[in-house]
Design a protein around this ligand. Structure first.
Ligand SMILES: [Zn+2]
Ligand SMILES: [Zn+2]
Length: 183
């Protein structure tokens, strides 16, 4: 059931120092390469980008509690104008890794001996925190719905001489009415 972790994987962390003694604590500052495929449609953390982790590992009765923060660069595109967007994301991490699956439920994380894998914890936190509609600027005007030109470049008076579809259908109604009256 327990899958064995690869101690060479950068996101697999040893808790050897804690010695399973409840109350024992360790601070850890790490810079790890971001895992692949971490993101949603418009934005994500680029693979191998540097993720800065500031962690506290604490032995408790049932396992090891990991808490702290992770900071990573983000790259994607603006949901309105499709320009490239780059920013940063900062997430809080907290996860209890159980020594034994007897104490844990299905969704809980388990230690593999003295090793724990922080990647799923980091991945879940980032996916939840990603903006659904990233924008290059809060006031990005986006693209013209008619011609697709970027409105920021087209200028404020960019217009199309075209009657709005709703007005067009209203015009049709009035015309029909007039015709009816003439009959
Ligand atoms: Zn934009
Ligand atoms: Zn246009």
């Amino acid at each position: 059931m327990t899958q064995h972790l690869d101690p060479r994987s950068p996101w697999v962390i040893s808790t050897h120092d804690l010695g399973k003694r409840p109350g024992t604590m360790r601070q850890l500052t790490l810079a790890l390469p971001a895992p692949a495929d971490l993101g949603v449609d418009m934005i994500g953390v680029p693979k191998d980008a540097e993720v800065e982790l500031d962690l506290r590992l604490e032995a408790v009765m049932e396992g090891v509690l990991v808490s702290g923060t992770a900071q990573a660069p983000l790259a994607g595109e603006c949901a309105r104008c499709l320009d490239p967007v780059s920013s940063e994301i900062r997430v809080d991490l907290q996860e209890l890794f159980f020594y034994s699956d007897e104490d844990a439920s299905e969704e809980d994380s388990l230690l593999d001996g003295e090793l724990l894998d922080l990647e799923p914890t980091f991945r879940d936190a980032v996916v939840l925190a990603l903006p659904l509609s990233p924008v290059c600027r809060e006031d990005c005007a986006g693209l013209c719905a008619e011609c697709g030109i970027k409105l920021a470049e087209a200028g404020e008076d960019h217009r199309h001489e075209k009657i709005d579809a709703r007005w067009a259908s209203l015009q049709g109604l009035f015309t029909d009415k007039d015709n009816d009256q003439e009959k």
